[in-house]
Design a protein. Sequence first.
Length: 140
Amino acid sequence: MLIDLPPGNPRWVAALPVLRELRPHLTVELLEQVLREGAPQGLRFTASFEGDRCVAVAGWRVIANTSAIRKLYVDDLSTAAAERSHGYGAALLAALAERGQELGCHAIELDSGVQRYAAHRFYLRERMNIVAHHFARPLT
């Protein structure tokens, strides 16, 4: 079952450990900060549950920019390690693509760390293309 997870939803208790598999630095306090600051920027989360157990979670937003005009950008996509290769990530990504179409987006995009080879195989299998290099410089 796919559900949206607004800030304060009690299901975050089950979703945070799955999100932490991708973002191990996240604490409850940091997540609350991100949710508080990200919501006005359009950040939303959708998760896949089997009963009370979260099996996959995605953070996403709609972005208007000059490259895509309007796109659904996936900030985070994490499937619980024990649940990988069961179709949960693919179903969540497909649902986000469908939502993007409903919201008038022209593309669905995400960034993935260069070391995440298994994730890259998954994204390529899901018909996503490698279209850019992402550059970053710490400011602290």
